[in-house]
Design a protein around this ligand. Sequence first.
Ligand SMILES: [Zn+2]
Length: 85
Amino acid sequence: MSTTETNATPLAQLVEPLDRKQIKLLCPKCHDCEAAVQVNLYCPSDFHCLECDEEFTAADVQEVIEATARWTKTLTWLSTMPDLD
Ligand SMILES: [Zn+2]
């Protein structure tokens, strides 16, 4: 006795929304802070921005994170400067 494949539809319904989940995130391509980014859970390093229709990878996001970290350091440094007026 074996299990049948007739129950495939509920599984598809369960998997389908997870497959292409949309999360509001900063897009490294169009720099929209709340872009609807499509995350493919079967390929978690590939992303698709629905605002600019560009594809990008986790490496592209990492670049933005590092660039933003430099901004954070710069702003922190500037905030310690004495007033010059
Ligand atoms: Zn975008």
